[in-house]
Write a protein that binds this ligand. Structure first.
Ligand code: NAD
Ligand code: ZN
Length: 392
């Protein structure tokens, strides 16, 4: 079959690889009908995530048709159309029972690698390094789905693939980010990053009752998309990167009630601390560029909430923890607990409350995947989200 394989920093290729096989009784094999490139894949593309190996199949946002099931799979059968969440969970451990699915204790066979860095391991992820399990991803014609009774959700309605595909990650991720803000009537929510995650955070904040959402980025087409969803937009380059003063002014001096960092470890910026982050990262003196996180901590109102869906990887430098403490901020973060959101968000799509396909700018064949990684990373060609057809 064809698959997009990682071969090193900025080197992904479409390769011919062996078809996946059932390895465990609870596996299913999917014929992938649609898949996407995620902002998280860009961290792999940029060589920011350790324990990738040449030949690893990428992709954690995918859907398709079940073509084979292991003997213990009860809920799925051949021919079912399913969307698969990017986190892999066993459904049985302490964490799954607590509905903290992305912290599953059983799905990562390489847990020891993560334990060395983080103390404990989160769940395994599709196509996201050996530290996260080494599972082949879904930017491919077929994929093996472990614990097939736990993750995938069947979609029987007439909705198109592109309307439900983002249930695999970015819609639930934006939604959880907004839910984590504990939004109350009249609240103002600031969202850094108008990429796919930011787009769904903006839309979800409104769905959850925010009176006002302020979306921050510098890429015009991305800001326009956020504006179309009702957000006030701020181009951080227009305000000379003085986003803190700007947000204070926009909120009568009090600061946003909650702040969502939908940017993560690869934030940009022209301020001195941001430039220093970039230099330190280049010299391998730092893992992350936490510019947005610092700004959000600084400007969030007293007693407010910081919700962090953006991915961070290592030891973060110069975090104003004193400010966070002094203002009594709440922090919520992490990989999305996907299985809590699949059905409720599918219901919202079926109900017409949201059409996730509006963020798609590029619909191309998997053969164009490698060039699309670059286009999406560099925000060229008005690229807001890429979906790939593995068969055409
Ligand atoms: P993306 O790269 O398409 O979007 C990031 C956006 O942030 C870009 O539009 C960029 O212009 C903007 N940006 C960069 N620096 C900024 C700054 N200083 N201020 C404001 N905006 C800035 O990525 P995405 O797909 O939207 O993902 C966003 C983040 O969410 C990534 O870190 C990704 O890994 C993470 N993510 C997390 C989860 C989870 O489960 N927590 C799931 C999916 C993605
Ligand atoms: Zn993703």
């Amino acid at each position: 079959m064809k698959a997009i394989c990682w071969n090193g920093k900025e080197d992904v290729r479409v390769e011919k690889v062996a078809d996946p096989k059932i390895l465990n009784d609870n596996d299913a094999i999917l014929k992938v009908t649609l898949t996407a490139i995620c902002g998280s894949d860009l961290h792999l593309y940029d060589g920011m995530i350790p324990t990738m190996e040449a030949g690893d199949i990428l992709g954690h946002e995918f859907m398709g048709e079940v073509v084979e099931t292991g003997s213990k799979v009860k809920k799925l059968s051949e021919g079912d159309r399913v969307v698969v969440p990017f986190t892999i969970a066993c459904g049985n451990c302490f964490f799954c029972k607590e509905k903290l699915w992305s912290l599953c204790d059983n799905s990562n066979p390489n847990a020891w690698l993560a334990e060395e860095v983080y103390g404990y391991s989160g769940s395994a992820l599709f196509g996201y390094s050996h530290m996260y399990g080494g599972f082949a991803g879904g930017q491919a014609q077929y994929v093996r789905v472990p614990f097939a009774d736990v993750g995938p959700i069947k979609v029987d309605s007439g909705l198109r693939d592109d309307q439900v595909l983002f249930l695999s990650d970015v819609f639930p991720t934006g939604y959880q980010a907004a839910e984590n803000c504990n939004i109350k009537e009249g609240d103002t929510v600031a969202v850094w990053g108008c990429g796919p995650v930011g787009q769904f955070a903006v839309r979800s904040a409104f769905l959850l009752g925010a009176a006002r959402v302020i979306a921050i980025d510098r890429v015009p087409e991305r800001m326009k998309l956020a504006q179309a969803a009702g957000a006030d937009i701020v181009d951080y380059t227009d305000v000379d990167n003085d986003i803190i003063e700007t947000l204070k002014q926009m909120t009568a001096g009090r600061g946003p009630d909650s702040c969502i960092d939908a940017v993560g470890m690869e934030s940009h910026g022209a301020t001195f601390p941001a430039r220093l982050d970039a230099v330190k990262q280049k010299m391998m003196l730092a893992t992350d560029r936490p510019n947005v996180l610092r700004q959000a901590i600084q400007v969030c109102r007293k007693g407010g909430t910081l919700s962090i869906p953006g991915v961070y990887g290592g030891m973060l430098d110069k975090i104003p923890f004193g400010a966070a403490f002094g203002k009594g901020l709440n922090f919520k973060m992490g990989q999305t607990h996907m299985m809590n959101y699949l059905q409720p968000l599918l219901d919202r799509i079926e109900d017409g409350q949201i059409d996730p396909s509006v963020i798609i700018s590029h619909r191309v064949s998997i053969d164009k995947g490698p060039e699309m990684y670059k286009t999406f990373r560099d925000k060229q060609d008005h690229c807001t989200k890429v979906v790939l057809d593995p068969w055409n």
